[in-house]
Ligand binder design. Structure first.
Ligand code: PMP
Ligand code: GLN
Length: 384
């Protein structure tokens, strides 16, 4: 293995899921739902599968899916031409990797906000670029993890080419505010940066939080590669249907990389996702409400079990401080928990370049049936 990829030999999700399976633990580690997506979408996939949609779809993605993505995106007030400004990818993961491969190279710096989704560091490394990490900071009242735009600005150098922005944010559940995004947009415009936005949790926001795509802010549409995917919106994380919306130039660049990574993928799943985007947003609204309830349920249970739970305004996740329980090292705890109490969670420090600042935090996924969450909480009570 080449040196630049040596830090990336395994993923925490694969490790923790394997450990959960081996020990029979309730798996609140890897974020995937334990119920299926809308029946209409599954029917559409079956129909496509038996209807002959089993050969290579067009390189940029099936036309009806690109049209559905354009329509979906126009909800935010940004309009993309399905023929030149939208590209279907193998999940958001490929979209992120292809964007970095296409737009950055050796000598370029990419600003990454930590804790960061694990594929970001690997994708920057595959592109041969260098990551510059800026930490989210917990507000003094513990209310949320905030974006320190001053720190982003300070991280910009003449070599900075791009910034990767994830909101709603995995793992903290932070949803960036309009004020944070506007300040960030100013930095991008001022320093001529490309923003690559990971919006896979765009629909999963709770209470009064609102998802605001960075590309909708002044000066940003022409410099933002907006990425999302079907996995989290329609409970189909294994389908790996993602997409990119941007200018013809930027989409063309990403396509140049993407076509030699996978060329195309998910032929019969593409029309099913198109169907879901066109017809199932009501189902998604129910999912959103249900997840808000699950967040509350798990947060209350974890609090009762002795964790200091941080607020989460979106995604599948809550973070919890393990120190009130007398532990100092959440990473060590995460590897003992499945065996000792039968619950798997993910240590947050693995998503950072500053592990000591985050070592007290565990991430729990709440995208599970209520009885599964209740069982996990009951087991965690045996910790005290
Ligand atoms: N970004 C974030 C923040 C995620 O949590 C995930 C996990 N699903 C992905 C990207 C990957 O998305 P996909 O499965 O569509 O590749
Ligand atoms: N996005 C999921 C999470 O954060 C996991 C995806 C994966 O296993 N790579 O838990």
């Amino acid at each position: 293995l080449v040196p630049r990829l040596r830090p990336f030999t395994s993923t925490i999700f694969a490790e923790m899921t394997a450990l959960a399976v081996r020990t029979g633990a309730v798996n609140l580690g890897q974020g995937f739902p334990d119920t299926d997506g809308p029946a209409g979408m599954l029917d559409a996939a079956r129909d496509a599968l038996y209807g002959g949609a089993n050969q290579y779809p067009p390189g940029p993605g099936r036309p009806e899916l690109r049209q559905a993505i354009a329509t979906h995106r126009s909800r935010y007030g940004t309009h993309y031409d399905p023929d030149t400004e939208i590209l279907v990818t193998a999940g958001a993961t490929e979209a992120i990797a292809a964007s970095l491969l296409a737009l950055t190279e050796q000598g370029d710096e990419v600003i990454v906000i930590e804790p960061y989704y694990d594929s970001y560091a690997a994708a920057v490394a595959m592109a041969g670029a260098t990551r510059r990490v800026v930490s989210l900071t917990e507000t003094s009242d513990g209310g949320r993890f905030a974006l320190d735009v001053g720190a982003v600005r300070a991280a910009v150098t003449p070599r900075t080419r791009a910034i990767l922005v994830n909101s709603p944010h995995n793992p903290t559940g932070t949803v960036f505010t309009r004020a944070e995004l506007e300040a960030l947009a100013l930095v991008c415009v001022e320093h001529d940066l490309i923003a690559v936005t990971d919006e896979v949790y765009e629909h999963l926001v709770f209470d009064d939080a609102e998802h605001i795509p960075l590309a909708t802010l002044p000066g940003m549409r022409e410099r933002t590669v907006s990425i999302s995917s079907a996995g989290k919106t329609f409970n189909c994380t294994g389908w790996k249907i993602g997409w990119v919306c941007s200018t013809p130039e930027l989409v063309g660049a990403v396509k140049a990389a993407k076509q030699f990574l996978t060329f195309v993928s998910g032929g019969p799943l593409q029309p099913a996702v198109a169907y879901a985007l066109d017809h199932e947003l009501g189902w998604v609204e129910d999912l959103r409400k249900s997840l808000a309830g699950k967040r509350d349920r798990l947060a209350a249970g974890l609090t009762e079990a002795g964790f200091a739970v941080r607020p989460s305004a979106g995604t599948y996740f809550v973070c919890a401080d393990v120190r009130p329980l007398g532990f100092t090292d959440a990473a060590d705890l995460a590897f003992r928990l499945p065996e000792q109490v039968g619950v798997a969670a993910v240590p947050v420090h693995v998503f950072t370049d500053h592990p000591d600042d985050w070592r007290h935090m565990l991430r729990f996924a709440f995208c599970k049936r209520d009885e599964v969450l209740d069982e996990a909480v009951a087991r965690l009570h045996t910790l005290t």
